[in-house]
Design a protein around this ligand. Structure first.
Ligand SMILES: CC(C)(COP(=O)(O)OP(=O)(O)OC[C@H]1O[C@@H](n2cnc3c(N)ncnc32)[C@H](O)[C@@H]1OP(=O)(O)O)[C@@H](O)C(=O)NCCC(=O)NCCS
Length: 172
């Protein structure tokens, strides 16, 4: 699986970037959420199929988007089981798909199309025909970006890293 960008960031860099990216309303900087994303990213670093696209400015990480393939037989954790139950028959749509795990852009570089570009490049690099992600069920910049890219809601829940029920969006 392709890994593009300057270098794969470390979990600390990801945590720092997510904390900055989510510091403003409506996400309003819950540092536990940044730590949760960093921990999930750390786990994903062990996966051979992790794909990541990064943007750097003078070496500093200013944007990251990453994810991995999704096969239900591999996803035996409680969260994934909860997701499968909520999806019911729709779970089949995600088999062999690509799960977008993380997208964050530094606030100094936001609203310039970088988030769109990172996600677009990751989707192309993934070579999958179906992509999905979980995002807070709120009117965020991310939600509008995903809608613009053609993502559509599949189900509500399970919980997003902010502890609230997220919305599962699917593309393809
Ligand atoms: C969501 C996020 C990644 C978007 O990154 P971004 O680089 O700002 O994304 P884009 O620039 O592609 O689009 C964002 C906005 O900029 C606007 N925009 C894009 N290009 C633009 C340009 N050249 N000039 C002016 N505005 C532009 C878009 O219309 C969009 O507007 P909206 O928020 O009112 O809908 C970023 O806000 C972020 O990191 N948020 C916190 C973390 C998060 O929510 N991650 C996703 C959770 S699943």
């Amino acid at each position: 699986m392709a890994r593009s960008g300057y270098a794969l960031p470390g979990p600390d860099e990801v945590e720092q970037l997510y904390a900055l990216a989510s510091a403003r309303p409506p996400l309003s900087g819950d540092t536990d959420v940044a730590a949760t994303y960093a921990a999930l990213y750390d786990l994903a670093l062990d996966r051979a199929d992790l794909a990541a696209v990064t943007a750097r400015e003078v070496g500093e990480l200013i944007g990251v988007c990453c994810g991995h393939r999704w096969n239900w037989t591999e996803q035996t954790d409680e969260w994934s089981q909860d997701l499968a139950e909520r999806l019911g028959d729709d779970a089949a749509q995600l088999e062999g798909s690509f799960a977008v795990q993380l997208l964050a852009v530094h606030p100094s570089f936001s609203r310039q199309g970088l988030g769109f570009e990172l996600l677009k490049r990751l989707m192309i690099a993934s070579a999958a025909s179906v992509h999905w992600l979980l995002t807070p069920d709120a009117d965020t910049s991310a939600r509008r970006l995903f809608r613009r890219m053609g993502y559509r809601p599949l189900t509500v829940g399970p919980e997003a890293p902010n502890g609230e029920p997220g919305v599962v969006l699917v593309h393809g």
